[in-house]
Write a protein that binds this ligand. Structure first.
Ligand SMILES: [Zn+2]
Length: 406
């Protein structure tokens, strides 16, 4: 019996152990499940948190982008020299000399150099301009830029305006048809844009040979003016010149005298010169021409720097939309209008007026030309001290005004 009891005891003991083992296994399974659930929970929470922080990063990135995007374009799209440019669109008035004539600005000089850049003359001209701290306009030819890219680059980097003077300066090609014409302009535009690191150049063209309605290609040139306006392009001739491409070859003194003669009597000056390879005398004459103009009270500007402030007195009456700043000049509107109109007339053998006198120039100068000459003469004298040249110039202002506008 004790053997049986013993057997019974061991059996109970085995059952108890088996039960305990089952319990432990269950507890272990439960524990593993619990750990699993906790682990899953922690993983889920951390993933959500991570996602949230990543999406925060993205939104803050885009916030940054929108800030930098709204801040960046202004300086890149509007270079400093063009911010002051508040002139009529080319579709309304493509002739920049007309716009300057209507501007009411006083005694501004626009030095312009055509047909370059060249590796021998352009650097000399740039050196002179730098010495005087003067900015000018270079009407460059596409093929010349391609031949002298470093020089074009220097013109740009030293703050001058590069404008369009066709791709190849071959009259028969440029004026073969309006399609050829616009192709020449677009090709040159692209070449200039390359010089300017991809920045769009100011849309300004100078007709090779001038836009004048005379001589070869005269008819096509007039058609081309419409093409320019339709494409948002301004064009600009000149109203005085040093004669470096006229008649007999002149030395520096000859160019200086030619310039003085052709510039007398104008309020604003658009000066034609050339930085082509053979124009050594142009570089030599430049300092004396600049000294003369400084002495006359002129300031120097690029052609995309026009202080456009029409008075609204003009017969057209549609100028008020551009009248953003009140005129602070102490010159009467009539006199300013008359002196401005003197620009529309041109002088010099190749500088014959393109459109003849404009309606504006013709009427206002005949009525108020005398007062204009008087007042501008007076201010020039008072600021510069009276010199014989100034008074001669002042007197001739009146006569030149009335004659050149007819
Ligand atoms: Zn030319």
């Amino acid at each position: 019996m004790p053997y049986q009891d013993d057997f019974e005891k061991r059996r109970r003991e085995r059952r108890r152990r088996a039960r305990r083992r089952k319990k432990r296994i269950r507890a272990a399974i439960l524990l593993v499940a619990l750990i699993g659930v906790i682990a899953l929970g922690v993983f889920a929470i951390s993933t959500i948190a991570k996602n949230r922080s990543e999406s925060d990063d993205i939104t803050s990135d885009t916030d940054d982008n929108t800030i930098s995007e709204t801040m960046l374009p202004e300086p890149t799209q509007a270079p400093p020299a063009q911010t002051s440019l508040n002139i009529p669109p080319a579709s309304e008035e493509a002739d920049l000399i007309e716009i300057i004539a209507d501007s009411n600005q006083i005694k501004r000089c626009y030095l312009t150099f055509d047909d370059g850049p060249t590796d021998n003359i352009t650097p000399q001209i740039l050196d002179v301009l730098r010495r005087y701290n003067i900015k000018a306009t270079f009407f460059e030819v596409g093929s010349m830029i391609e031949a002298n890219p470093d020089m074009a680059r220097r013109v740009y980097e030293e703050g001058h305006l590069i404008a369009n003077h066709s791709a190849g300066h071959n009259y028969d090609k440029v004026y073969a048809s309006t399609e050829d014409f616009i192709n020449e302009i677009n090709n040159c535009f692209d070449t200039i844009r390359g010089v300017m690191d991809g920045e769009d150049p100011f849309p300004l063209f100078r007709f090779p040979g001038g836009s004048y309605n005379a001589g070869d290609h005269a008819e096509m040139k007039q058609e081309c003016k419409n093409v320019l306006a339709q494409n948002g392009y301004y064009y600009c001739d000149w109203n005085c010149l040093n004669g470096d491409a006229e008649g007999r070859t002149k030395d520096a003194q000859g160019l200086y005298e030619y310039f003085v003669n052709t510039s007398e009597g104008y309020n604003n000056l658009i000066v034609l010169m050339h930085d082509a390879a053979t124009k050594q005398a142009t570089a030599d004459a430049l300092p004396s021409i600049i000294d003369y103009l400084i002495n006359q009270g002129y300031t120097f500007h690029r052609l995309d720097d026009i202080d456009y402030n029409p008075t609204g007195i003009d017969a057209s009456g549609d100028t008020s939309s551009f009248d953003d700043e009140s005129s602070d000049e102490d010159v009467s509107p009539g006199s300013v209008s008359a002196s401005g109109a003197s620009n529309s007339g041109s002088s010099g053998s190749s500088g014959g007026s393109s459109n003849g006198g404009t309606t504006n120039g013709g009427s206002s100068s005949s009525s108020s030309g005398t007062t204009s000459g008087g007042s501008s003469n007076g201010s020039a004298n008072s600021s510069l001290g009276t010199t014989t040249r100034t008074s001669v110039n002042g007197n001739s202002t009146v006569t030149t005004n009335s004659s050149s506008n007819n």
